[in-house]
Design a protein around this ligand. Structure first.
Ligand code: MLC
Ligand code: AMP
Length: 504
């Protein structure tokens, strides 16, 4: 096959005037119209001087055009690098610099702020706005409607997704065409997706869940997506009766359960609800089944590996577990210190190996070696246990990570900023239970004695460089941080002390 990713997901739909994207305003984009747009974008990327293997950094709102940029990257062999639209210019600067992106695509509203970033990094700046307009789309309009797909192999890079690290420095996870395709194939088969499926798509498309899990498998199966810009309860409720499947983070499901309009009847056309990216509480699973008769199918994945495990489509979907390894993926529970495989039933580090596992972190061989063993097993940083029936349960994390509404937040990144603020000696950032987001960010500060820290000024300062969802919901001043005898900050003690802050 000349270009496995493009040919399998996109190329198979050439010439098909079948509905692909159903938009909130009622418009329908057919497969053929979508592929025409992608081909024009591919021409423009080539005209702008991008070559196969170059990176395209993309920070634009969710739209058919945004998805077409992904398709255009696949067709030209350019590495797609999507960025959270909440990231500040400071954050984007790092990603563009680190990846060496040759183009930065952004919204017109952010163009003035990002132009210096693009210039400093030697990248072209182009725009695509929420409504699809922009310099990039305007230039592409006059270009040919077909493009000679660039030859690639399954081992070639398809995307970089940045994932923060415990050191506070983000790492670009390099994903190959084969990583994405193997996972899409496994999931289509496991979750029985077909061309008849209509997926209610309200996730962002700059992360694994909304881009690779949701979009890739719909493309592979030839189905349709009700392609919504974001999760809005009224809109979801209005569109549910037309959908057959939905994917979401747990917040989607708790919000739906909080609405009396969400009834068994409303969900009667659905065949499957999938949850992931953060732990789904067993009580949500149970309440959801009581309300709708549907058992949410929970699966487990991450940026570096796509999906690793899934509850069964046909067998028992067990609340509080993430099911079994997907076909072709090996999973073991190991001792975090020695790496030795633990006996069944013990709690330990989850390690995975298979065609889904990424190639490594971009230009970070040491980080790659720390997490990706030479035998191919990836050390996930999640702690798990396998029950006697083989179901995997995630019991905790061996990494200092907060997951808020499905977004990952690494405390170190925030602590580094807090520590630089006037009057701050040191800080500790923790995640505490939150009724809507699952976990929420709290910053604990110790004063250095020079002056009482001005919390409002600190919040204002860090908001300049930190995306809104990472900013602490609350800052608290303590006389000192709890430490163990080795001097290590005891975050568990802080979580115990402040765990009730956001209780309903
Ligand atoms: C928005 N806000 C958040 C937030 N999302 N704060 C913390 N955590 C979040 N996740 C902020 C907004 O900036 C706003 O701030 C305030 O919260 C309320 O906004 P909202 O309009 O109510 O939020 P909403 O737009 O409804 O977004 C919530 C959400 C969204 C849960 C729908 O965050 C979302 O779509 N999350 C999905 C993330 C995802 O796709 N994760 C997959 C990662 S891939 P203010 O103060 O300005 O009002 C992965 C691998 C895998 O993990 O296994 O899948
Ligand atoms: P990310 O780096 O954004 O890809 O996030 C991956 C992390 O999300 C994993 O390492 C897990 O900690 C977490 N995660 C994903 N799915 C689940 C799930 N179903 N249950 C619990 N945690 C999950």
């Amino acid at each position: 096959m000349a270009n496995p990713l493009y040919d399998t997901l996109f190329g198979q739909h050439h010439g098909k005037h079948t509905p692909f994207l159903l938009l909130q305003d009622g418009d329908i984009i057919t497969h053929a119209a979508f592929l025409k747009m992608a081909a024009q974008y591919a021409h423009l990327l080539a005209q702008l001087g991008l070559k196969p293997g170059d990176r395209a950094a993309v920070q634009i709102e969710k739209s058919p055009q945004a998805l077409a940029v992904y398709a255009a990257c696949a067709q030209t062999g350019i590495v797609f690098l999507p960025l959270n639209t909440a990231y500040t210019a400071d954050e984007v600067t790092y990603f563009v610099e680190d990846s060496g992106a040759r183009i930065l695509l952004c919204d017109q509203n952010n163009a003035a702020g990002l132009a210096p970033v693009a210039k400093a990094c030697g990248a072209v700046l182009e725009t695509i706005n929420e409504d699809g307009s922009g310099t990039f789309s305007a230039k592409a309009e006059a270009l040919p409607e077909t493009f000679d797909t660039v030859t690639r192999t399954e081992d070639d890079l398809a995307a970089f997704l940045y994932t923060s690290g415990t050191t506070g420095r983000s790492k670009g996870a390099m994903l190959t065409q084969g990583n994405l395709l193997s996972n899409a194939r496994a999931l289509v088969s496991e979750w029985q997706f077909t061309a008849k499926d209509v997926l209610l798509h309200a996730l962002p498309i700059f992360h694994t869940h909304g881009l690779f899990v949701a979009s890739n498998i719909t493309l592979l199966a030839g189905g349709q997506m009700i392609f919504l810009p974001k999760f809005n309860l009224d809109v979801i409720i209005a569109h549910l009766p037309r959908a057959t499947t939905m994917m979401g983070v747990p917040t989607f499901y708790t919000r739906l359960l909080g609405d009396p309009r969400f009834t068994k009847e409303l969900a009667s056309h659905m065949r499957l609800f999938v949850s992931g990216s953060a732990p789904l509480l067993a009580e949500t699973h149970i309440e959801f089944e009581k309300r709708t008769g549907h058992k949410i199918l929970e699966r487990y994945g991450m940026t570096e590996t796509n999906m690793n495990t899934s509850n069964p489509y046909s067998g028992e979907r067990r609340a509080g577990t993430v099911g079994f390894p997907l076909p072709g993926i090996e999973l073991k529970i190991t001792d975090s210190k020695t790496g030795a495989t633990l006996p069944q039933g013990d709690i330990g580090e989850i390690e995975v190996r298979g065609p889904n596992v990424f190639k490594g972190y971009w230009q970070m061989p040491e980080k790659t070696a720390e997490e990706l063993r030479s035998d191919g097993f990836f050390i996930t940083g999640d702690l798990g246990q396998i029950d006697s029936d083989g179901y995997l349960q995630i019991v905790g994390r061996n990494k200092d990570l907060i997951i808020s509404g499905g977004y990952n937040i690494y405390p170190k990144e925030i602590e580094l900023l807090l520590d630089q603020e006037d009057g701050v000696l040191e800080s500790a950032v923790i995640g505490v239970p939150h009724p809507d987001f699952g976990e929420s960010v709290v910053g604990i500060i110790v004063a250095n004695g020079s002056a009482e820290p001005d919390l409002a000024a600190i919040n204002a300062n860090i908001s300049k460089s930190l995306a809104r969802f990472k900013q602490p919901q609350k800052l608290i001043i303590l006389p000192e941080l709890p430490r163990n005898t080795m001097g290590k900050v005891q975050k568990k003690a802080l979580r115990d002390q402040f765990g009730g802050l956001f209780s309903a």
